[in-house]
Design a binder for this molecule. Structure first.
Ligand code: TXA
Ligand code: MG
Length: 354
C-alpha cells in the first residue's frame, strides 16, 4: 500500500509548484490521477514501459486493453505515429483540445505495452488546464485510462478516484468535478470511412458534419452483446461501467418507459429487493422506489451526461440491489449515455411499448 498524495488545485489556474511536483512523479515512473474535461484519468509516462505496466496493475486492467495517450500539443503526435492523414489534421485543428480520441498507425518509439501490442495508438489532447499543465511540465506523452478500477463506472470526481485507487497510486490532482462526465469519442482513422469505436463527448453528428462519411462500429450502438473476434477497440469486449447492483435499462417512448419502470419497481420490491430508479427531472416524482435519482432534464443532455457515473456510484453506496434506468434518446451526447447504460446493464434492456 502506497501513501497517495492528494493535491487540491484550481481547475483554471493550477498552482505551478503543485504541477511541478506531480510532473516529477510522472517523470520518475510514478502514477498520478488528474482531471480532464471528460473524466479523471490515471497518468503514467507513455514512453516508460515499467510505468505503464504499473498503471495496468493499479487499475487491475487486462493487459490487452490499451490506454489513451494524452499529448499537450499537436506537434507531439508526429513522433508517436507513422503518418498523420489529412482528415486527422483537420480534426486536430478543429476539435483539439477536446473530447476526441484519434486512432493512428503507431511509430517505433511507442513501447508495446502502451498499445497492448497493437500496431495502432489512441491519442488525444484534453481540454483542461490541469491536464495540459501536467503533460507539458512532464515533458512526455501521458498514457491515461480512466482512473477507476477496471469494470467500474468512470470517475467524475477525485473522491471517486480515491474510492477505487487510494493506496494504489502515488498522487491525485483534485480540481473538482469534471465538466462533461462521459469519456472522449474514439474515432478510428486507420479505416475508410473512419469509424467511431466508442461514442463519447464529441457527438457522431458533429463529426459527420466535419468529415462527411463516417460510420458507427456495430458495438458502439449495440443493444445486445456483440461478439467481437479480435476486437478493434479492445475495450469493447470487456465489461464496463458496472455498478455492484444489477442494472436494467428501459427503452422506448417516454410514457411507455415510465409505466414499465413503475411496473418493474413493483415486481422487484415484491421479491424483497432494494430498488433504485434512475429517472429524469420530468419523471422523478412519479416513482415509488427505495431510492429515486434524477439525471437531470431531458431537454439538457449535457446535464444528464455529467451526472450519469456519479449517480451509478451513489446507488452502490446506498446498497441497492437493482437499478432500473430510464433510457434517453440515443442522439448527440445521448448516444454516449446510452452506450454506457447498455454496457453497464450487461445488455439487460427492456423495450417498453403500449
Ligand atoms: O475521456 C477519455 O477518453 C478518458 C480520459 C481520462 O481521457 N480516458 C479513457 O481511457 O476513457 P480508457 O483507457 O478508459 O479508454 C480507452 C479506450 C478503450 O475503449 C480502448 O480499448 C480504446 O480506447 N483504445 C485504446 N487504444 C486503442 C487502439 N489502438 N485502437 C482502438 N481502440 C483503442
Ligand atoms: Mg475506462
Amino acid at each position: 500500500m502506497k501513501k497517495t498524495l492528494v493535491f487540491k488545485v484550481d481547475p483554471e489556474n493550477p498552482d505551478i509548484q503543485t504541477i511541478h511536483t506531480a510532473a516529477s512523479i510522472i517523470r520518475k515512473g510514478g502514477l498520478v490521477a488528474f482531471p480532464t474535461e471528460t473524466v479523471y484519468g490515471l497518468g503514467a509516462n507513455a514512453l516508460n514501459p515499467e510505468a505503464v505496466k504499473a498503471l495496468f496493475k493499479a487499475k487491475k486492467r487486462p493487459l490487452d486493453n490499451p490506454p489513451i495517450v494524452h499529448v499537450g500539443n499537436i506537434q507531439d503526435v508526429y513522433r508517436l505515429v507513422k503518418e498523420v492523414p489529412e482528415k486527422a489534421e483537420k480534426l486536430m485543428k478543429n476539435f483539439w483540445p477536446g473530447p476526441l480520441t484519434l486512432i493512428f498507425k503507431r511509430s517505433e518509439i511507442v513501447p508495446d505495452v502502451t498499445v497492448a501490442g497493437l500496431d495502432t495508438i489512441a491519442i488525444r489532447m484534453p481540454r483542461h488546464n490541469v491536464a495540459l499543465a501536467l503533460i507539458r511540465e512532464s515533458g512526455c506523452p501521458i498514457a491515461a485510462p480512466s482512473a477507476n478500477l477496471a469494470g467500474k463506472p468512470s470517475p467524475t470526481t477525485a473522491q471517486h478516484v480515491l474510492e477505487d485507487l487510494y493506496g494504489r497510486i502515488d498522487a491525485i490532482l483534485d480540481a473538482g468535478p469534471t465538466k462533461i462526465g462521459v469519456e472522449s469519442t474514439v474515432l478510428d482513422l486507420t479505416v475508410d470511412p473512419p469509424q467511431i469505436l466508442r461514442p463519447g463527448g464529441t457527438p457522431y453528428e458533429v463529426l459527420k458534419a466535419a468529415l462527411g462519411r463516417i460510420e458507427l462500429h456495430p458495438v458502439a450502438v449495440a443493444k445486445k452483446k456483440v461478439l467481437v473476434e479480435r476486437a478493434r477497440s479492445p475495450g469493447m469486449k470487456h465489461r464496463h461501467y458496472a455498478p455492484k447492483a444489477r442494472l436494467v435499462v428501459v427503452e422506448g417512448n417516454l410514457a411507455a418507459v415510465v409505466r414499465k419502470v413503475a411496473e418493474l419497481t413493483e415486481y422487484y420490491k415484491q421479491r424483497g429487493e432494494k430498488v433504485g430508479v434512475l429517472a429524469t427531472h420530468e419523471t422523478v416524482g412519479t416513482y415509488r422506489a427505495d431510492a429515486v435519482k434524477s439525471l437531470g432534464s431531458r431537454s439538457n443532455m449535457e446535464e444528464i451526461a455529467k451526472n450519469l457515473f456519479r449517480l451509478l456510484r451513489e446507488f452502490d453506496a446506498e446498497g441497492v440491489d437493482v437499478i432500473i434506468a430510464e433510457g434517453v434518446p440515443a442522439e448527440g451526447l445521448g448516444l454516449a449515455v446510452m452506450k454506457s447504460l447498455r454496457k453497464a446493464s450487461g445488455y439487460k434492456i427492456v423495450k417498453a411499448s403500449f
